[in-house]
Design a protein around this ligand. Sequence first.
Ligand SMILES: NC(=O)c1ccc[n+]([C@@H]2O[C@H](COP(=O)([O-])OP(=O)(O)OC[C@H]3O[C@@H](n4cnc5c(N)ncnc54)[C@H](OP(=O)(O)O)[C@@H]3O)[C@@H](O)[C@H]2O)c1
Length: 317
Amino acid sequence: MRAIVLNSTGEPDELRLTDLPRPRPEAGQLLLRAQAIGVSYAETQIRAGTLPFPLPLPAVIGAEVAGEVVEVGEGVDETLIGGTMVGVTGGLGAYAEYVALPAAMAFPVPDGLAPEHALAGAAPGALALALLQKAALNGAETVLVEAGTSSVGSYLVRHAKEFGAGHVIATAGSAAKRERAAALGADTVLDHGTPGWPDALPDVDVVFESIGGAPAGQVLGHLTPGTGRMLYYGLLSGEPAAVTAADLMTRGVTVTACSGPAWAGQVFGTHYPQMLARLAEGRSEAYLGRTLPLDRAADAHRLLESRELTGRVLLTP
Ligand SMILES: NC(=O)c1ccc[n+]([C@@H]2O[C@H](COP(=O)([O-])OP(=O)(O)OC[C@H]3O[C@@H](n4cnc5c(N)ncnc54)[C@H](OP(=O)(O)O)[C@@H]3O)[C@@H](O)[C@H]2O)c1
């Protein structure tokens, strides 16, 4: 089969089209003939070697896939064969024509929903739903969504009020993206490309922290004393959030790290199927940016790194 192999971390050109044996599903796994493969910003950081991630090289990177079930491993329901499913591998292996993934992390694509739409919306939407639920908003609170037109940020902005936000502040790095954030439902939009941008913030009850680095520390200084909470789920800048225990003590606020295996299990077990149902019923929608053929995986990474696009970047074999 055709697959994209990373032999050593570095520039996008390190992603090379390679002929590999078709994987066999292990016990508890199923094998999909891929129809749509997700490409995420985190994968550009994994490829570049800037994100702490266990990466046994050479590796086929990629975690999200939708496609037809062609084989199942021991213990998996054989009647799934022939159906169309979408899911995550739990780490690697998705930039390929055939992808093995745990059956527990794959769900049938609902009738009427295109596999590429299911793929584009399910993972970032599920993460947004999980974060919004975790925030336990009280109906009048002010929230800050950093990178409010990123894949996850778009759904946070779009659904924040449904989950009890009173006022939604979003950030984005270009005029076009700031317009988009407003169209998604943000009441106030700031430019996170302006140094010291957190200075413009009012008191914020909840921040969905995805950029990290020094601005995260500045944002923390605007959390409502006593009740403010930071839900820390990403580090788009590649830098961990510069937040100290002393900062938390001074303001009496909390930081919750929304990451790790237990968190991922909850997101995929609970919120992923909920998001698929929303997409199928029109209670949310997929944001597609660009679809490229599998052999242009390097271009897909360049596109994400350019930060020009909004919407998901997908690969098709
Ligand atoms: N904790 C979890 O369970 C979990 C799961 C999946 C993903 N994540 C994390 O969630 C974060 C968002 O992921 P995503 O897939 O939504 O991202 P994405 O769709 O690829 O969004 C990337 C956008 O973020 C903005 N951005 C802001 N600061 C940036 C910086 N310093 N470098 C690069 N881009 C920056 C850029 O837009 P502008 O032009 O507006 O700057 C860029 O286009 C990532 O850090 C990812 O690793 C966490």
